[in-house]
Design a protein around this ligand. Structure first.
Ligand code: S3P
Length: 449
């Protein structure tokens, strides 16, 4: 499948985005370990998250799906059953890495396999600390890649400093820690998304957060509870850039997750000259959620680097597109991790931006993007990467002529209705007009030093 895009009319809309991918995975897994029935609403029924659902079903957990975005998870009180066959994680690294942690301490063996892009992703970063906990785990692919073979073992808690800031690895170790003897502490070099910690805490599992670290104590059973997953700010980011890079563009996104470990993208858009307001409406279930409003402008260039990077890692493809639309040179660096995502995102972004007429220098750990060259429509590959596909569909809204993003089935991994939302946003007839609603509630996000 391809996505075809033409220049967008002025955006003036109010939307919601589908459920948060990271939170959906964690909600399913932790509810599955709980001591009763949990109703999850706002679940993201994307390919990635459905692989987690299928995996937990394969491990003996009954999960009903009365509606696409609603799951009824019958928690098994930490008891999992040996799966009848190997578990297919599709292209979901979150599924595979979290399951590695979950399964290392069980009393049975499992084998995890992945699709084409997942089978190239590094797994050593999870294997090394799990082995220190006593896990018997091997990567059967070349260079420590999937398939992963896990022989259930008795685990002991460790105190581990993550060499790479990764929420997936942190989450895997916390899940392993739940089945380990004693206390497991994970220290991170830079703050990453804290959804595992918040979800465990919400399910009344005792964790001990400190500055830059979190600990969990083994042998606890999560208390079953219902949970509503907020909209995914990483999905919202595509629309925020679409409206934010248009002078006069105006977009309101309701019921979106506003966890501060995920909102760095808003700060970058402010630095780039967009006006952004956010209002947290609810923190009852630990995950802050609310409204974001953006008013567009001719964007200014910026530099993205350092500790900010892990907090907007998934937004870098669309921020690179924003950089191409900005008046000057935008630099993204210290983002080596982009090279080991669903594709080498640094190379993919450079390739596609150049095809559309932008001048880009590829750095070993990022990109230098010389902005505001007029973009022209082109045929650009997705490289099998959902966020590359969506970022370049948005680039097409700012290009002359038609942009054809090729091979976009991968978009289903995180945003199955992306194309429908794109059609709606780019079609003035279907647009819902809004008036600014939160200007009175929240001050505009100010530029930070
Ligand atoms: C995720 C963590 C990030 C992110 C991914 C989702 C998670 O990956 O890129 O899309 O849910 O924990 P890393 O842990 O590899 O940084």
């Amino acid at each position: 499948m391809d996505i075809r895009v033409k220049r967008a009319p002025r955006i003036e809309a109010e939307i919601t985005v589908p459920g948060d991918k990271s939170i959906s995975h964690r909600a399913v897994i932790i509810a599955a370990l709980s001591n009763g029935v949990c109703v999850l609403r706002g679940f993201l029924p994307s390919d990635d998250c459905m692989h987690t659902v299928q995996a937990m079903r394969a491990l003996g957990i009954k999960i009903e799906q009365p509606e696409p975005t609603m799951l009824v998870v019958h928690g098994g009180k930490r008891h999992l059953k040996p799966p009848a066959a190997e578990i297919d994680c599709g292209n979901s690294a979150t599924t595979m890495r979290l399951l590695m942690g979950l399964l290392a301490g069980q009393s049975f063996d499992t084998r995890l396999v992945g699709g084409e892009t997942l089978s190239k992703r590094p797994m050593e970063r999870v294997i090394t600390p799990l082995r220190q906990m006593g896990a018997d785990i091997t990567a059967d692919g070349p260079n420590d890649t999937a398939p992963i073979r896990i022989r259930g073992s008795k685990l002991r808690g460790i105190d581990y400093v993550l060499p790479v800031a990764s929420a997936q690895v942190k989450g895997a170790l916390l899940l392993a820690g739940l089945f380990a003897k004693g206390k497991t502490t994970v220290r991170e070099p830079a703050i990453t998304r804290n959804h595992t910690e918040l979800m465990l805490d919400y399910f009344l599992v005792r964790t001990a957060p400190e500055d830059g670290a979190v600990s969990i104590f083994g042998d606890q059973v999560p208390e079953s509870r219902d949970f509503t997953i907020p909209g995914d700010i990483s999905s919202a980011a595509f629309w925020l850039v679409a409206a934010g890079a248009q002078s006069g563009g105006h977009l309101l996104i309701r019921d979106v997750g506003l966890n501060e470990t995920r909102t760095a993208v808003l700060g970058v858009l402010v630095r780039m000259g967009a006006q952004v307001r956010e209002a947290i409406e609810n923190v009852e279930q630990n995950e802050p959620r609310g409204i974001v409003e953006i008013t567009g402008a001719t964007l200014k260039p910026t530099v993205v680097q350092g500790k900010e990077v892990p907090q907007l890692i998934d937004e870098l493809p669309i921020l690179a597109v924003a950089g191409a639309l900005a008046n000057g040179t935008t630099i993204i660096r210290q983002a080596h991790e982009l090279r080991v995502k669903e594709t080498d995102r640094i190379a993919a972004i450079a390739h596609n931006l150049r095809s559309m007429g932008a001048q880009v220098i590829e750095l070993s750990d990022g990109l230098e993007i010389h902005g505001r060259a007029p973009l022209r429509g082109a045929r650009v590959p997705s490289f099998g990467d959902h966020r590359i596909a969506m970022a370049f569909a948005i680039a097409g809204l700012f290009a002359d002529g038609e942009t054809i993003v090729q091979d976009t089935d991968c978009v289903r991994e995180s945003y199955p209705d992306f194309e429908k939302a794109l059609d709606e946003l780019a079609d003035p007839k279907r647009m819902r007009m809004t008036t600014p609603v939160i200007s009175s509630l929240a001050p505009a996000r100010a530029e930070e030093e």
